[in-house]
Design a protein around this ligand. Structure first.
Ligand code: FES
Ligand SMILES: [Fe+2]
Length: 421
């Protein structure tokens, strides 16, 4: 399952030039400060974001265990597009635009399902597609109608340790850095042999960049996330993290897990590469994992099996929208999904070991408790942030030391957008 696969992407149209609104918003931007209002409110800049930033990158859409059998599919939204992720008769997982080749209807209307009789049938006029996306039947067309050019449009898909990534880019960014960084860590945590315990979608009335900026910093954790902060040293200023982190690294070395070498931060990949970074952080003494009680919520995964908890966890980030949190007993996929200028969703997907049995080895409500709780809190603070940003009194303030990752993320976004002017 962990072998990478690629489908040939449909040629994407060349991106149109950036908007005048983007040009003036970039000119008004003050380095080291939150972005000017237009970045979070202007529909023209949202389109620029999608065309020039989001669509150029790789995005996690889920896990291979979500489509265990040939014919299984799920749909994934991103930036106004809808994709079908489908396991073919040959066992390969492919991604297709959820757009019928007749007159453009959505083909799959459910979030997940199984192709009946090996076919996806469009609900409008019943054109049907096989599990490789080829058009099989087009009702009442001429006997010599050539179906071959009317297959569903394929979108590039890669699998790293069971985790599914797609991109809309005409020339997809090289994936090697993702394999070396994210893939290496996910392998240690055993994610290729994981399954989805539960998924949940959260809808946020805010621009997607406020969601991304919020995820990148823990300056807000103290005031906004009491439960998270009681469990994670990461919520504290850097000077207070040094000793617990050292103890975590020592424990990791003692157990022979080998995670020490993934502890680095590198948001900016080399030109032509996707960004991917990992960082490690200690848990507060008395908490083995990110759970309500601090005790395990599921069996140990990957290289932790037969060993023990190491007193820490890992943050893994890929591209602009895909974040992951790995504890020794469960994993979390955290997808930021831009939908419209003022509407974003995030989907959380909790992973446990493939052999774990619900009810016996884990309880869904305990696996999801901490991050569900934290994400509900995040929805509230992000929506309050958007409300204030919309005000005529809003003036972008400075990022602080504990928001350095957010500042980096915004610099990366700004540099990309400047390059497309
Ligand atoms: S739009 Fe799909 S069959 Fe007509
Ligand atoms: Fe948060």
């Amino acid at each position: 399952m962990d072998a990478s696969q690629t489908t040939t992407p449909a040629p994407a149209p060349a991106a149109p030039p950036a908007s005048a609104a983007l040009r003036s918003a970039l000119a008004a931007r003050r380095a080291g400060h939150a972005l000017p209002q237009a970045f979070y409110r202007d529909p023209a800049i949202f389109l620029d974001d999608m065309r020039h930033f989001v669509m150029a990158h790789w995005h996690c859409v889920g896990h291979a265990s979500m489509v265990p059998e040939p014919g299984d599919y799920f749909t994934a939204d991103l930036g106004g597009e809808s994709l079908i992720i489908l396991r073919g008769a040959d066992g390969q997982i492919r991604a297709f635009a959820n757009v019928c080749r007749h007159r453009g209807s959505r083909v799959c209307t459910e979030g997940a399902g199984k192709a009946r009789n090996g076919l996806l049938v469009c609900p409008y006029h019943a054109w049907s597609y096989d599990l490789a996306g080829q058009l099989q039947n087009a009702r009442l067309t001429a006997p010599d109608f050539d179906r071959e050019p009317y297959g569903l449009k394929a979108v590039a898909l890669r699998i790293s340790e069971g985790t599914l990534f797609v991109t809309f880019a005409k020339a997809p960014l090289d994936f090697a850095h993702v394999e070396a960084s994210f893939g290496h860590a996910a392998r240690i945590y055993g994610w290729a042999r994981a399954k989805v315990a539960v998924r949940k979608m959260y809808s946020i009335n805010a621009n997607w960049k406020l969601v991304a900026e919020n995820y990148q910093e823990c300056y807000h954790c103290g005031p906004a996330h009491q439960e998270y902060s009681r469990r994670h040293i990461f919520a504290r200023p850097e000077t207070q993290r040094v000793l617990p982190d050292q103890a975590m690294h020592a424990r990791d070395a003692e157990l022979g897990i080998g995670l020490a070498d993934i502890d680095h931060f590198a948001q900016d990949a080399a030109p032509g590469q996707e960004s991917a970074d990992c960082s490690r952080s200690a848990l507060v003494a008395g908490f083995a994992t990110g759970s309500r009680t601090g005790s395990a919520v599921a069996p140990l995964m990957g290289d932790f099996k037969g060993r023990d908890f190491d007193g820490g966890f890992s943050f893994l980030d890929v591209g602009p929208t895909s974040n992951f949190v790995a504890y020794p007993d469960y994993g979390l996929i955290y997808r930021t999904i831009p939908l419209a200028v003022d509407r974003t969703a995030y989907e959380l997907i909790w992973l446990v070991d493939a052999d774990a049995i619900e009810g016996r080895d884990y309880l869904v409500e305990e696996v999801m408790w901490l991050w569900d709780h934290t994400s509900i809190e995040d929805k509230k603070i992000i929506e309050l942030n958007q409300a204030g940003v919309n005000s005529m009194f809003f003036e972008p303030g400075p990022y602080t030391a504990m928001e350095s990752d957010t500042a980096r993320y915004v610099d990366w976004y700004v540099a990309t957008m400047q390059a497309c002017l």
